[in-house]
Unconditional design. Sequence first.
Length: 264
Amino acid sequence: MLPLLLSLLLLLSTVATAEAQTPQEDGDARFWEVWNAYIVELVEQELSTPDPWEPLNRKIFAFNDFADRYALTPVAKTYQFITPDPLEAGIGNMFSNLFEITTILNDLLQLKFGQAASDAGRFLLNSTVGLLGLFDVATPVGLEKHEEDFGQTLGYWGMGSGPYIVVPIIGSYTLRDGVGAYIDSYSDYVTDLNHIPTRNQLWLMRNIDNRARLFAAEELITGDRYTFIRDAYLQRREYLVNDGVVVDSFGEEDWDDEDDWNEE
């Protein structure tokens, strides 16, 4: 709502500036020039802020965090405790293999035809020899895993990320990635299942498995939890959109993470 209001003010100020350019006093023309510059600055500040809806986002985040702490986390820890490590890894591999369909489609939309061929080969190999994806046999033979989604595709073609938003229950998104996730849902095998009990069970299992995989990463959280998770999400999305090239926040030259890790 605020960006729309600022844009409207910018339009009105531009019109007023044009009118002020008719024979009028120089003081009036100067006033509208300064006013127009002020509105432009407000619009630029609003659009450049990654989290303009932070007060609302924090409230939704608090609700999500409460639900996670007292509902999803105990279930995920129980799942992790009773599931043998090889089986847990296999379940994660299976859900990851299903996501390859979305990755392949977005490879094609980004004109990455070589990567699409590699990912298609990976999906076929893991779905057959790997027993429906339970075993990752593609990586050892050189078929590297990639992650592509429609949010990345929109970013690839130049669309900005838009404001950061926290969705109830689901979690972190940007406006662009939220639209992308909705489009990707049409290529999600789990949500497309017609048998409702099976669909719900697989959806729940996938989310429990995903939550269990985040426990190790949570140990890295320091300071304000909301800010840390937001910044980590935004940096990862930028990393994925730029195919692994990280833009330094201080405006220095880009660096490739593979070279950086090799130097370490």
